[in-house]
Design a protein around this ligand. Structure first.
Ligand SMILES: NC(=O)c1ccc[n+]([C@@H]2O[C@H](COP(=O)([O-])OP(=O)(O)OC[C@H]3O[C@@H](n4cnc5c(N)ncnc54)[C@H](O)[C@@H]3O)[C@@H](O)[C@H]2O)c1
Ligand SMILES: N[C@H](CO)Cc1c[nH]c[nH+]1
Ligand SMILES: [Zn+2]
Length: 427
């Protein structure tokens, strides 16, 4: 891990660069696969599954037999843990329901807003290096609360053409309509264009590696909406001498183990905690089953010392981390000052893993600096807001002449006439 002391502001951009590839670097591959899937449907989807996942599939869908088998393969302990996680995610997302907003803007002019669900949604569940069944809960639970009608889940198969039973079980528990055994760019292409058997959806959700993330971004060219670019995991911890170095190191490693292109950063006002965390990382990494992946990610990672908390906060907002842990003697300063972050974890006893699995918040979050403009997945991600207005005779008299003047000033006679005719009818 690189230690950087008091970097000048002019260096921040370079220091805070993500290790992921750019859209430009992956675009060509995505475009070629999109064109092929658009033209050749399932044949192309199967061909790319064979190239990238090393398996020749006959059927792209999880069968009823596989659903029954999955239920038997998941242990009771795991089922109970899934249940607790499901309940907390449900509570937090159900509480996000909003009431109809209604207001009379001028006497006789009623305006209101109501939410409606997006009817067909595609959920991408990563499965390349770890079967992220927790992401099923994070996406399918709010989709169901919102009232989405068709919930199509796509996830890569293993070399035997199977999906991890916990993914199937979680999907079943959360009311997913269909599971497609397809991952990567070909899955996003299938959900974007539809094939002989894969339904075309209106919005695609979910995290994934850089290929999946770029494919989602390019899918928007074809009229499909996406939740956000949710790529390789990131974590930034701000800590001082009140933090526990072993806790901080464990948190940094928890996100480093996701992928070689994950990035973790420690910002500190104390050289002591910085050094202690570095030692702890070396120690703890030895016992990880994904040591190789975590070590590679740690190479992309930084320990940054800055003089003051004000400088620390400015740097953190410039980076805009997906996950932000605050462990200092003045947590309120960071909590009230944070502008750009996906999800914030406060205090020594709030590990990032809690948000990944069971606190109730959503773990599908913007990465790569997109926290500056995007929210993480929440109930509203699965809803659209429709506005309504109803104007009475009194109402049109009240606002009619203003509309006429505005329409005339824009040179739009027909707009003006639509009001003038009504006002005349009321004379
Ligand atoms: N931001 C978030 O909210 C969030 C949440 C969970 C996970 N993640 C991230 O999701 C990612 C999961 O990645 P993963 O790889 O394990 O699973 P994945 O399912 O995203 O990707 C696997 C697929 O990538 C495709 N692929 C692999 N190499 C390719 C290549 N060279 N060219 C074209 N396609 C290729 C294959 O089709 C494969 O099925 C990690 O980076 C993790 O950090 C992010
Ligand atoms: N930390 C990931 C989001 O970046 C989500 C996850 C799923 N499982 C474990 N972690
Ligand atoms: Zn995680």
């Amino acid at each position: 891990m690189n230690t950087i002391i008091n970097p000048p502001k002019t260096d921040w951009l370079k220091i805070l660069q993500r290790p992921t590839q750019t859209v430009e670097a992956i675009e060509e591959t995505v475009n070629a696969i999109f064109d092929d899937v658009k033209l050749n449907g399932n044949d192309a989807v199967k061909r790319y599954t064979s190239i990238f996942d090393g398996v020749a599939l006959n059927d792209l869908f999880v069968s009823n037999e596989e659903v029954i088998e999955a239920e038997k393969l998941v242990s009771n302990d795991l089922k109970a843990a899934i249940q607790l996680s499901k309940e907390n995610i449900f509570k937090f997302h159900n509480a996000q329901k909003t009431k109809k907003v209604l207001i009379e803007t001028t006497e006789g002019v009623a305006c209101w807003q109501e939410k409606r669900s997006i009817q067909k949604v595609g959920l991408y569940i990563p499965g390349g290096t770890a079967p992220l069944f927790s992401s099923v809960l994070m996406l399918a639970i709010p989709a169901k609360i919102a009232g989405c009608r068709e919930i199509i889940l796509a996830t890569p198969p293993n070399k035997k053409g199977k999906i991890n039973p916990a993914i199937i079980y979680a999907a079943q528990q959360c009311g997913v309509t269909k599971i497609i055994k397809v991952g990567g760019i070909q899955a996003i292409a299938g959900l974007t264009f539809g094939t002989e058997t894969i339904p075309k959806v209106y919005k695609i959700f979910g995290p994934g590696n850089q290929y999946v993330t770029v494919a989602k971004q390019l899918a928007t060219k074809y009229g499909v909406a996406i939740d956000m670019p949710a790529g390789p995991s990131e974590l930034l911890v701000v800590a001082d001498e009140t933090a526990d170095a072993s806790f901080v190191a464990s948190d940094l490693l928890s996100q480093a183990e996701h992928g070689t292109d994950s990035q973790v950063i420690l910002v500190a006002n104390s050289m002591q905690i910085l050094n202690e965390v570095a030692v702890e990382i070396e120690k703890q990494i030895e016992n990880l089953s994904r040591k190789k992946i975590a070590s590679k990610a740690i190479e992309n990672s930084k320990l940054i010392y800055v003089e003051t908390k004000e400088i620390a906060l400015e740097l953190i907002n410039e980076y805009g981390p997906e996950h932000f842990i605050v462990c200092t003697n003045d947590n309120d300063f960071y909590v009230s000052g944070i502008e750009n972050a996906g999800s914030v974890f406060i205090g020594n006893y709030t590990p990032e893993s809690a948000g990944d699995y069971a606190s109730g918040t959503n773990h599908t979050l913007p990465t790569n600096g997109y926290t500056k403009a995007y929210s993480g997945v929440n109930l509203d991600s699965f809803l659209k807001a429709i506005s309504f207005q109803k104007i009475s005779k009194k109402g049109i008299k009240n606002i009619g002449s203003a509309i006429e003047i505005l329409a005339e000033a824009e040179g739009l006679d027909a707009h003006k006439n639509a009001v003038t005719l009504r006002l005349k009818s009321l004379e």
